[in-house]
Design a protein around this ligand. Structure first.
Ligand SMILES: [Zn+2]
Length: 387
C-alpha cells in the first residue's frame, strides 16, 4: 500500500497540477469530488461514476453515523466495500451537517449533542468520536471535527468559534490513528476576517496535518468575497500539502480558486442540478423543463462525451423531465458530473502546458455568472432529497 502523499508536477502562477496518493489509489489534481452523502452519489452506479472521470468521492460521516451507523459499515467491510467504490474516499466530519440539519443541538467546549433529523434520536459528536466514525468508515481522508461558524458573524463571535475549532483540531489530531495511505486534514476557519484566517492557518500548521481545507465559505458571502478570503488565506498554507476548498462550487468559483492555488473541490451542484432538470454546458446552463427544448434534436452539449450526449436529444430529455421519469435524473447527473470532470481535466492540462487561459477558452460558462444562463441554481434541502 502506498504512503499518503502529494506530488506537484507543474505550476502556472499560483495554480498547481499534482497527484494525490492514498491507500485506495491516486487522484490527479485539481480534482472535483462528487458528493455521495448516503454512501451513494445519487442516481449513479459506481461504474457510471468512474466513467465520468471521477477518481475520489466525498461521503458524510453525519448521515452514515445516523443510518446505517459507522459500526455497521465497519462490520460490513468498510465504506469502499459497502458501496462498491474501490477508489479514494474523503469523509466530511459532520460539523457542518450538525449545524445545518440536526435539531435541538447544544454545543459545549467538549462537543455537540443533537437530535437526528431522521428520527429525533439523541446523539453526541466530539472530535474523538468524529475521528473514530471516519476510521470505522475507512475514509482515506479524515476531516477534523469543527464548529461551523454562522454567517454572518461578528469578529468576536468568529474568533471564539474559530479558536474552539482549533482546540478541536488538536484533539482530532490526537485521536487519529496514523495508517499508511490514510490522511487527516485540518480546516482553516475565521470567516471573512483576514487576521483570524491567518491565526487559524498558523495554529493548524503548528499542529501539523497531511492536508489543509478552507472551510466556512460558499455560505452566502458572494464570489468576490470568497476569492478575497482565498487571496489572504492560501499563502498561509504549506506549499507542499494538498489544499481543499470545502463545498465549492460553480465552474467560475472553481476556476477562481484553482488560480489561487486550491487543489480539491466538492459540491452538490452537478448532482443536485441534475435532479432538477438543469444541465451545465460549456456555454450556459440549460433548464430542460423549458418548452423551447421540446423539439430540439441536438444533445445537451455537442462537445460532451457522456452517455446522455452520445445517445439522446434535448427533446427526449425534456420529455423525461416533463413526465418525471427517473431516467431524466440519471442522464442529467451523468452529464453534469462528466462536464465537471472534463472541466477540471482541462484545468490540469492548462496548468501542465503553462497555458491556462487558452485551455479554458472552451468553457465560456466558467467566465460568466449563472444568471446569464437560463436557470438559477436551486439550493433547498428538500430538492436535495427529492430522489
Ligand atoms: Zn454530456
Amino acid at each position: 500500500m502506498s504512503a499518503f502523499g502529494f506530488q506537484i508536477s507543474a505550476v502556472a502562477g499560483l495554480a498547481r497540477r499534482g497527484t494525490l496518493t492514498t491507500a485506495h489509489g491516486t487522484v490527479e489534481t485539481p480534482a472535483f469530488m462528487p458528493v455521495g452523502t448516503n454512501a451513494t452519489v445519487k442516481a449513479m452506479t459506481p461504474d457510471a461514476l468512474r466513467e465520468t472521470g471521477a477518481e475520489m468521492i466525498l461521503a458524510n460521516a453525519y448521515h452514515l453515523m445516523l443510518r446505517p451507523s459507522a459500526e455497521r459499515v465497519a462490520d460490513l467491510g468498510g465504506l469502499h466495500r459497502f458501496m462498491n467504490w474501490p477508489g479514494p474516499i474523503l469523509t466530511d466530519s459532520g460539523g457542518f451537517q450538525v449545524m445545518s440539519l440536526a435539531k435541538l443541538r447544544s454545543i459545549d467546549n467538549d462537543g455537540v449533542t443533537f437530535r437526528s433529523h431522521i428520527d429525533g434520536s439523541e446523539h453526541r459528536l466530539t472530535p474523538e468520536r468524529a475521528v473514530q466514525i471516519q476510521h470505522l468508515l475507512d475514509a482515506d481522508v479524515t476531516m477534523v471535527f469543527d464548529e461551523c461558524t454562522p454567517y454572518p458573524a461578528s469578529a468576536e463571535q468568529t474568533a471564539t468559534s474559530m479558536r474552539l475549532s482549533m482546540r478541536w483540531a488538536e484533539r482530532s489530531k490526537s485521536a487519529f490513528t496514523a495508517r499508511r495511505g490514510y490522511a487527516l486534514f485540518g480546516i482553516v476557519q475565521g470567516g471573512l476576517y483576514p487576521e483570524l484566517r491567518a491565526e487559524s492557518a498558523t495554529t493548524l500548521r503548528k499542529i501539523g496535518f497531511d492536508g489543509y481545507a478552507v472551510g466556512g465559505l460558499a455560505v452566502g458571502e458572494g464570489r468576490e468575497t470568497m476569492l478575497r478570503v482565498l487571496d489572504g488565506t492560501v499563502p498561509e498554507l504549506p506549499m507542499d500539502k494538498p489544499r481543499y476548498l470545502m463545498g465549492v462550487g460553480r465552474p467560475d468559483d472553481i476556476l477562481g480558486a484553482v488560480k489561487r492555488g486550491i487543489d480539491l473541490f466538492d459540491c452538490v451542484l452537478p448532482t443536485r442540478s441534475g435532479r432538477t432538470a438543469q444541465a451545465f454546458t460549456r456555454t450556459a446552463m440549460l433548464n430542460l423543463r423549458n418548452a423551447k427544448h421540446a423539439t430540439e434534436t441536438t444533445p445537451l452539449d455537442p462537445d460532451c462525451r457522456c452517455t446522455a450526449c452520445r445517445g439522446f436529444s434535448r427533446a427526449y430529455i425534456h420529455h423525461l423531465c416533463k413526465a418525471d421519469e427517473i431516467l431524466a435524473a440519471i442522464l442529467l447527473t451523468t452529464h453534469n458530473l462528466t462536464f465537471y470532470q472534463d472541466f477540471v481535466r482541462t484545468l490540469r492540462e492548462g496548468i501542465a502546458a503553462g497555458d491556462f487561459d487558452s485551455a479554458i477558452a472552451g468553457f465560456p460558462i466558467a467566465q460568466e455568472t449563472p444568471s446569464q444562463g437560463e436557470a438559477t441554481v436551486p439550493d433547498s434541502e428538500d430538492v436535495m432529497e427529492k430522489i
